[in-house]
Write a new protein. Structure first.
Length: 233
């Protein structure tokens, strides 16, 4: 059973389309655990699109970036629907909490690391940026779960919680369609090696830095809130 305060607050749950989709999934017989698994699949495709966009040009690159943005959002949709089918649809099981959390960690790694390798393929930074951002993202969830296991409330706050990470990567993917047009505006950084000749990948790199630094801050603030709560008990 999932306790309401242990669920991420998502305003979209109350929307009519979300309730309709929940009913349709419940009637189809699909399990919440399977929906959780699909989030890994969506994330893997998203990461592949991010990487492939770094080694592609023209129309192929545009389609890959659109695909990366779409798969980021499908990952979030799966993350919302597994809980709705489990709770609102009454399909939850005793192993639900594991399926609710573990696939999310793989999904974060697949998308963020894929974006990192895509940036590395453009010649700007290297894949270490993606790996560092992925580790920091996983640590935000680790801090929440450690605090919860010690008796603190589940903390889904930001500034770089999962929805925020996917938002920035989605925006970066879509804005990156216009990378070739921003080359002249980033020429000032060429001598420092921060940007390649055409500015390709600069927005995705910026998003990865946001995810990295924001996730570190989120981990620290969640830990601090949990400690304050436990000390006051």
């Amino acid at each position: 059973m999932v306790v309401e305060e242990n669920r991420r607050p998502i305003s979209q749950r109350g929307h009519g389309w979300a309730k309709w989709l929940t009913r349709a999934l419940v009637k189809s017989g699909v399990t919440p655990n399977f929906i959780s698994f699909t989030s890994i699949v969506f994330a893997a495709f998203g990461g592949l699109c991010f990487y492939a966009s770094g080694v592609s040009e023209g129309g192929d690159r545009i389609m890959l970036l659109i695909g990366a943005a779409l798969f980021c959002q499908l990952r979030l949709l799966a993350n919302m629907m597994d809980g709705m089918v489990a709770v609102e649809g009454g399909k939850g099981g005793p192993d639900g909490p594991i399926w609710n959390e573990l696939p999310d960690r793989f999904a974060d790694i697949f998308i963020i690391v894929g974006a990192g390798y895509g940036v590395a393929a453009t010649g700007m930074f290297d894949a270490t940026l993606g790996w560092a951002a992925a580790v920091a993202a996983v640590m935000t969830a680790y801090a929440r779960e450690i605090g919860k296991s010690a008796g603190a409330p589940a903390d889904f706050s930001g500034p770089m919680a999962k929805p925020h990470r996917m938002f920035w990567l989605t925006v970066a993917a879509l804005v990156s369609i216009f990378d070739p047009q921003i080359g002249p505006w980033t020429a000032w950084a060429l001598d420092w090696g921060y940007v390649n000749d055409d500015g390709k990948g600069v927005f995705i790199a910026f998003a990865l830095w946001l995810v990295l630094l924001g996730s570190i801050l989120t981990t620290l603030t969640r830990t601090a809130r949990a400690l304050r709560f436990l000390r006051k008990r």
